[in-house]
Design a protein around this ligand. Structure first.
Ligand code: AHN
Ligand code: ZN
Length: 323
């Protein structure tokens, strides 16, 4: 009898202790409010599938059939998710004199809203895997699963979510062409499509308040440092996005440290005064992911966990902002 009473009392103690433990672990109220706003689920399987669909067209190198086929599919997908789609067809001259039949694709949600967020990624592939360890591969085009398709895949999934969960914020999703036909040591040779867009926007006077570029956002165990040009020119946007990432549980991906400087599409927007940041896997000393500009930049280079970290962060940023 004594033993029974004792064990009931000790059981009660354990239960009470557990109860108070649970209370101590509770998130503060501010966090709960933030969490309740973040209810849109970014589906990484869907983003992965969107990347695979692009890769299956073949390398999306300008002036090829794969490029033209993928272009039509991108327009169809954005339209299907309810965006108003504009295409900019333009001939751009590459550093080597090649005339590129380029197309920028813009899908707008709430086109009448004056407060606008621009989300962009390049959709073209590099014609040469010239960083490949095997020189025999240098003349081959890259699959561009990570370099190109990952940013586009994440943005297509975001477009799908916006189509299902309306927001009153103006969102423009821009797929820029002719980013990757560049050459080392010539900064002007890259980002031809975004340079054209920055100087010839789809609507005269178009000026989004903020822009976020996604480039190489699918690598295994990717780390996203605060890219140098972004932090120099749009520090508050960088800090906000990185803090949403941390609140969302992705502080292991979005590191609170300054990374290297990357000449990329966002620089073209910065040049015309649009606050633009780059979410890119670029290690301050090791540089890009080892698959960068190699034949290994294929579907095996893509991690659904990384896609989730980036996609959920951007979705949380959009919906937190829109309330
Ligand atoms: C430079 O190498 C100067 N910029 C690279 C930007 C890039 C290439 N992003 C993807 N591919
Ligand atoms: Zn590239």
């Amino acid at each position: 009898m004594k033993i029974k009473t004792f064990s009931i009392i000790s059981l009660l103690c354990v239960l009470l202790a557990c109860g108070s433990q649970r209370n101590e672990n509770k998130q503060p109220d501010t966090n709960e409010q933030t969490t309740s706003k973040m209810s849109i689920f970014f589906n990484a399987d869907s983003a992965y599938d969107y990347i695979n669909r692009q890769v299956l067209f073949g390398p999306r190198v300008p002036n090829t059939e794969s490029h033209r086929n993928c272009r039509e599919w991108l327009i169809t997908e954005l339209t299907r998710h309810g965006a108003s789609v504009t295409r900019q067809d333009v001939k751009l001259t590459a550093f080597d004199g090649t005339i590129l039949d380029a197309t920028n694709i813009i899908g707008s949600f709430n086109p009448e809203a004056s407060d606008r967020l621009l989300l962009l990624a390049h959709w073209d592939c590099r014609p040469w895997a010239d960083a490949d360890p095997d020189p025999a591969n240098h003349s081959k085009a890259v699959d561009g699963a990570n370099d190109g398709a990952s940013g586009v895949g994440v943005l297509l999934e975001i477009a799908r979510q916006i189509g299902k969960n309306s927001t009153n914020k103006g969102i423009d999703i821009l797929f820029v062409d002719a980013e990757d036909w560049g050459t080392d040591g010539n900064d002007e040779s890259w980002a031809l499509g975004s340079r054209y867009f920055a100087n010839n926007p789809h609507q005269p006077g178009y000026r989004p308040q903020q822009a976020i570029l996604l480039d190489m956002v699918g690598g295994h165990n990717a780390k996203f440092y605060k890219e140098y040009f972004s932090i120099q020119n749009a520090p508050s946007l960088v800090d906000k996005v990185w803090s949403v990432a941390a609140q969302s549980g992705y502080e292991n991906y979005f590191l609170p440290q300054i990374g290297g400087a990357v000449t990329d599409d966002h620089v073209e927007l910065l040049k015309v005064g649009i606050p633009a940041i780059n979410i890119i896997e670029f290690h301050p000393t090791n540089g890009f992911n080892p698959t960068w500009h190699t034949t290994n930049d294929n579907m095996t280079a893509i991690s659904k966990e990384t896609l989730k970290a980036v996609g959920q962060t951007v979705i949380n940023y959009i919906y937190e902002q829109s309330e």
